[in-house]
Design a binder for this molecule. Sequence first.
Ligand code: FAD
Ligand code: NAP
Length: 313
Amino acid sequence: MSDTRHTRLLIIGSGPAGYTAGVYGSRAMLEPILVQGIEPGGQLTTTTEVENWPGDTEVQGPDLMLRMEAHARDVGTEIIGDIISDLDLSKRPFTAKGDSGTVYTADAVILATGARAKWLGLESEEKFKGFGVSACATCDGFFYRGQEIVVIGGGNTAVEEALFLTNFASKVTLIHRRDELRSEKILADRLMKNDKIEHLWFHTLEEVFGTEDPLGVEGVKVKHVNTGEITEIPCKGVFVAIGHAPANELVIDQLETHMGGYVVTKPDSTATSIPGVFAAGDLTDHLYRQAVTSAGMGCMAALEAERFLAGDE
Ligand code: FAD
Ligand code: NAP
């Protein structure tokens, strides 16, 4: 039999946006329930040093997220390890079904489901996922001690992953489709100065190849974007770091989205097209996608939810 829990404020997601919404929602005496999802702590749990969180010159991503979780819990947020599989925003109270069997009903909802790594969509990428192809250097880098690795992409994630992987790999080749990095300059400078890293400009990944039994990567075929010339690079690991897409599957048919699926919010607000439903963090942000901006939006969402619920009374 399914258990039903009612709350005034349901927060879906446990990244910087969700936990900050929990802190503000609790201090507004809304007694929020926060459902953590499959990745408690969100994307920052997949990285090491975070160097742009104000107040900490350097902090480990997983530590920062544990501190945020403790803060939200200490001020009164009920934090639940569950995954929302279905969300009905067509009438209030809103209804969310958890994988655990629990049904959550809520007078207001803050969506903070963030973003997930994008993949190239190649058949060979799919085939070797978990067997040499990864999107998380901090999770899998350790397996490549003394090996050669390639990283695909030119943004902050790709550069940080390439730098991090030099802790294990004998050589890292960063493969980027242009000759200019999108990453912050400070990271690009570190990359250029690291003699374990080579870069290959104007190339895209065509194919990952390897052994069948056991399944494992032996190399990649890359294509020059102008000449079409194919080159083979031997490597044991392929890290795909080509950006992130909003985790919008719960609301894609219910809320307006734009710019590749980001939830639209009203100007200077986290309010969505449905009254009582607010969206914060990477789910709605195609521009900045930072921990601090996500936390800021989580704060806004909780304050707006408080005002919305006060209007109910
Ligand atoms: P996320 O952190 O993406 O969290 C989303 C949450 O939603 C997760 O807890 C997930 O479990 C939950 N969720 C999703 N679906 C469901 C569901 N169906 N039911 C319940 N819960 C669900 N930013 C910086 O400012 N500085 C950095 O140094 C930095 N480094 C980064 C390094 C890497 C490798 C990556 C990938 C990102 C980095 N970022 C950094 C970006 C930063 O992590 C994001 O901007 C930020 O985490 C977004 O926060 P969020 O709360 O919107 O969502
Ligand atoms: P991103 O900034 O969107 O960069 C994605 C990179 O992948 C770009 O260089 C892009 O190339 C390339 N790319 C995209 N699709 C591709 C394809 N199909 N084939 C080949 N290359 C492709 O994504 P991100 O690096 O994951 O960063 C996401 C957000 O998180 C950003 O806002 C970032 O600032 C933030 N973040 C911050 C930090 C930090 O502050 N230290 C660390 C990590 C992430 P083009 O450049 O040619 O478009």
